[in-house]
Design a protein around this ligand. Sequence first.
Ligand code: APR
Length: 181
Amino acid sequence: MGTIKLVRDDITRLRVDVIVNAANSGLMGGGGVDGAIHAAAGPALLEECVRIARGRPGLPACPVGEAVITGAGNLRCKRVVHTVGPVWRGGGRGEAELLASCYRKSLLLAARSFQGEALKTIAFPNISTGIYGYPKAEAAHIAVETVKKTLPEVPELEQLIFVCFDGENYRLYRELLGANF
Ligand code: APR
């Protein structure tokens, strides 16, 4: 089963097979990690996202809790999985289940998309904990627990990297993962 690694870095700099983007349901790019990924990938990434959106007229390009996969444009990785986390509204609207779904579906989609070539490494940002306001401690717990439950279903994965951009998330994940990351 793949190992879990924790880094404090900018996800766009990582040389991994897949990076996961914390997108919005329109897939139109935005601020935060979405903005950084699109800026580093270049216009081809947005063009592919627009094509996905146009293929779903009248529907969200990517519903909350779901994931879609694209190429990576000028990024160092091979694919980008775009997932849409829940906006935090107090915890009574299924936010925890939707956030867990983001991690699970992103992992399974990435693995499925690498059939033929082995998916070796995938990097996740701290989904929903920025603009969407999800409390970081709860989000970190959901992320780690969901990934640990899902990893056995992705046996070809060698390493999953949690990428923290801010110090608070990094400290929370370090406490959760212990020293063995
Ligand atoms: N690398 C890794 N992590 C990053 C980077 C980066 N370059 N930039 C920001 N982050 C971190 C933030 O510090 C935060 O912990 O990503 C986490 C998620 O924050 P956001 O990017 O704000 O994403 P989210 O809270 O899921 O909100 C999504 O924001 O950018 C828009 O279009 C996006 O509407 C969507 C919403």
